[in-house]
Write a protein that binds this ligand. Structure first.
Ligand code: FAD
Length: 409
């Protein structure tokens, strides 16, 4: 029988294991994860978890599921190396495990900022449940938190902390929030929203150093222009980097993530890579990309499971084409993105009659996606139309008053 080994037990790892069984893969499935406990959902960590604090609600599947499906999960177990010649992985303690196919689902790590004071007590990061529990334990005693980074996670956390009554300062280096991922109009919407709930949002704010309160604990930050921001805690939310070191050390090509082909296979046909760690080519994109989202992790996991359940080779298998979509809840505002909107060179802003905010995105006159706030119906409609490959051009949308319902058949 075949043995499939999965490294990483996050969203992608857990899904590939589950999908392999759904696709009737009858061989052995072994999943190695370096975190404690069962696979869990990360998105609530910066949203509801801080208030709710119940880790059981985060679980992707319970232990019974793994037992019933003969999926062996070895948690708190780090995979230290891949021996490609022997088709084996090597654990941190030297133990070896053979594989017929290896799936790398190693995710990402937060980028560390190379600034003085980064190692002080009270300087926090958020990626894992352990981080979230640590932050939760400290929030009660904190009156003021400074957040370095005005991206999705920084802003979700900011809104959540304001909800708890904490003073919040967000320090963003760019001249608008979430600049890497969303349209300027959507940034402007959230800029206004965060200020309206009392977030002290500073744009163009480079952090020079983190202040020592004189006891090894942070007392805030100093900006490049000399401004001091006093704070009891500092959360660093400045983006992530792919965990691609295993692949790199095994001689596989790595380029902002583990390089895979259109079927998510690495340069070694016995190894695939999926989720946050994978650098892939999407038919809707014009260059290699890495996507950090639950949709991407889940859909890539399903695609690889289907290919592996049908046999080892990738021969004749269609390229991966999961339609990209994303969400980010910030306070009572639900941002949703359908499509790859970052490449837009034309945009139209609309408000629907239910208070929703929409930015229709075009590239060279062709409809490429929709960013919405509190407009889940429009988001779903865009997703359906775009995923079905319905060609929408700007003239037709203009004639329909930018109402996507007009294109439903
Ligand atoms: P991960 O979930 O990171 O899992 C990788 C796992 O592999 C980790 O447990 C890691 O410890 C383990 N691992 C790595 N190397 C090894 C090794 N050598 N040996 C053993 N184990 C290893 N996405 C959305 O779409 N919407 C959201 O609202 C959203 N909110 C988020 C909020 C937060 C706070 C965070 C952190 C992320 C959020 N995301 C969101 C992103 C989403 O969670 C990720 O895209 C998703 O987790 C990617 O899944 P993955 O399996 O690729 O990686």
């Amino acid at each position: 029988a075949q043995t499939i080994v999965i490294v990483g037990s996050g969203h992608a790892g857990a899904q590939v294991a589950a999908s392999l069984r759904q696709e009737k893969f009858a061989g052995e499935i072994l999943m190695f994860g370096d975190e404690p406990g069962l696979p869990y959902q990360r998105p609530p960590l910066s949203k509801t978890y801080m208030k709710d604090g119940n880790p059981d609600r985060l679980l992707i599947r319970n232990q019974t599921f793994f037992d019933d499906n003969a999926i062996v999960l070895r948690n708190e177990t780090r995979v230290a190396a891949i021996d490609r010649e022997a088709h084996e992985i090597v654990l941190a303690d030297g133990e070896r495990q053979r594989y017929d196919h290896l799936v790398l689902a190693t995710g990402a790590v937060n980028r560390a900022l190379p600034i003085p004071g980064i190692d002080l007590e009270g300087v926090l990061e958020l990626r894992t449940l352990a981080h979230a529990e640590d932050i939760r334990g400290r929030m009660g005693a904190a009156d003021h938190i400074a957040i370095i980074g005005g991206g999705f996670i920084g802003l979700e956390f900011a809104a959540m902390a304001r909800g708890l009554g904490t003073d919040v300062t967000v320090l963003e280096l760019a001249d608008r929030v979430m600049a890497r991922a969303i349209a300027p109009e959507t940034s402007a919407y959230f800029d206004e929203f965060h200020r309206s709930i009392g977030v002290d949002l500073r744009l163009g704010a480079g952090v020079d150093k983190i202040i020592d309160r004189d006891d090894g604990h942070t007392g805030g930050v100093v900006l490049k222009d000399g401004t001091r921001v006093e704070a009891d805690l500092v959360l660093v939310a400045a983006g992530v980097a792919a965990r691609d070191e295993l692949a790199r050390e095994a001689g596989l090509p790595v380029e902002n993530g583990i390089v895979v082909d259109t079927m998510l296979q690495t340069a070694d046909p016995a190894i695939s890579a999926i989720g946050d760690c994978a650098s892939f080519i999407h038919p809707l994109g014009d260059s290699r990309m890495r996507i950090e989202s639950v949709q991407n992790a889940t859909d890539q996991a399903r695609a690889v499971a289907l290919r592996l359940a049908e046999g080892q080779g990738g021969g004749g298998h269609p390229p991966y084409s999961g339609f990209p979509w994303f969400w980010s809840d910030q306070g009572d505002r639900k941002l949703q993105i359908a499509g790859l909107t970052a490449g837009a060179n034309g945009r139209v802003v609309r408000r629907n009659d239910r208070g929703g905010f929409l930015v229709h995105c075009f590239r060279d006159g062709r409809y490429i996606g929709l960013e919405t706030v509190n407009a889940p119906g429009d988001h779903l409609m865009a997703r359906r139309l775009l995923a079905a490959g319905v060609e929408l051009d700007r003239t037709a949308l203009e004639e329909a008053g930018y109402d996507l319902k007009a294109f439903k058949n």
